[in-house]
Design a protein around this ligand. Structure first.
Ligand code: NAP
Length: 288
């Protein structure tokens, strides 16, 4: 009996992940590849792929790195069509790309809010719509990284939480419809994660607090509490990415997956709070 030469296993399942230049998306791309998925790691600007490439080399995994800007429908279509042309299938999408935003209604324009919705909500729809026919063909998975802020509204995060609530409402409504055609839908809800998320908000906090007029004290209190939370209790991106892999690989993934015990407890406050008093009582103390 002859022994066949060892050949590298070719992954049979393909996942496309958005926003993999840093943070949870980068860690999820590496973790998915390590879990045996052919991983198409997308970035809106591929010149920012150095950290991703380095992490892949360190982990000994291969990634297929491609351009995808979630707010640019042509770029989304090109990425999804390219995956189908090259691999003939798409088994999962992880909508990870997103951007934070700090503000409040009197201190910003409605156009500012629209911009937040554009990336965090319509960006998710752009990618999901392009992917769904292909996920239907494979009985695949549509996974979206939302936030505990998609469950509990938080001060000075009105626009961000609105966008994440919108994603959660959309996906919770879509789940049974997609399920009827064989596609599983999950949302992954991180709490604070130590990524570029806060730095990417690109915010001169002292200037914003000084310009916040009647909201200055509340904004300062919020910022101090939040910075403390990120410094003392933030989860690692690798830890959050484990929940993405759970959504990819569990036989029957839950619709709603929190990435930490803290996130489970925090969202649990809301999910049992029928009249809203527990949440508003809690978040009120954050600005007082
Ligand atoms: P991050 O390090 O800032 O990563 C965000 C990623 O999204 C970056 O790769 C960024 O790319 C990408 N992105 C932004 N706009 C994009 C666009 N139009 N098209 C494609 N990619 C775009 O932050 P992160 O914490 O890993 O965030 C990942 C997800 O987790 C987000 O959906 C975020 O809302 C969510 N989340 C984060 C936290 C947290 O505490 N960090 C908590 C809850 C939920 P560029 O490098 O080009 O900007």
């Amino acid at each position: 009996m002859s022994t066949l030469p060892a050949t590298p296993a070719t992954p049979s399942r393909t996942v496309l992940i958005t926003g993999t230049s840093s943070g949870i998306g980068l860690a999820a791309a590496v973790a998915a590849a390590r879990a045996g998925w052919r991983t198409v790691a997308t970035l809106r600007d591929t010149s920012r792929a150095d950290a991703l490439r380095k992490a892949a080399v360190e982990a000994g995994v291969e990634l297929d790195i491609r351009q995808l800007d979630v707010v640019d429908e042509a770029s989304v279509a090109a990425a999804v069509d390219g995956v189908i042309a090259d691999y003939g299938r798409l088994d999962a999408v992880v909508n990870n790309a997103g951007a934070g935003h700090v503000g409040t209604l009197e201190l910003e324009s409605v156009a500012d809010v629209r911009e937040v919705m554009e990336v965090n909500f319509f960006g998710v729809l752009n990618v999901s719509k392009a992917a769904l026919p292909h996920l239907r063909a494979t009985g695949g998975r549509l996974i979206t990284v939302t936030s505990v802020g998609g469950v509990v509204g938080q001060p000075f995060n009105e626009a961000y939480c609105a966008a994440k609530f919108a994603v959660e409402g959309y996906m919770e409504s879509l789940a049974p419809v997609a399920g009827a055609v064989g596609v599983s839908v999950s949302v992954v809800e991180p709490g604070a994660v130590a990524t570029e998320f806060v730095n990417n908000i690109d915010l001169d906090l002292e200037a914003r607090i000084a310009a916040a007029g009647p909201y200055s004290d509340a904004l300062r209190n919020y910022v101090e509490r939040t910075v403390g939370q990120f410094l003392n209790g933030a989860q690692t991106p690798e830890g959050a990415a484990e929940s993405v892999v759970e959504a990819l690989t569990a036989e029957r993934p839950a619709f709603r997956i929190q990435t930490s015990d803290w996130a489970r407890d925090f969202t649990g406050n809301k999910l049992t709070d029928q009249d809203g008093s527990a949440v508003i009582g809690m978040t009120g103390t954050w600005v007082a």
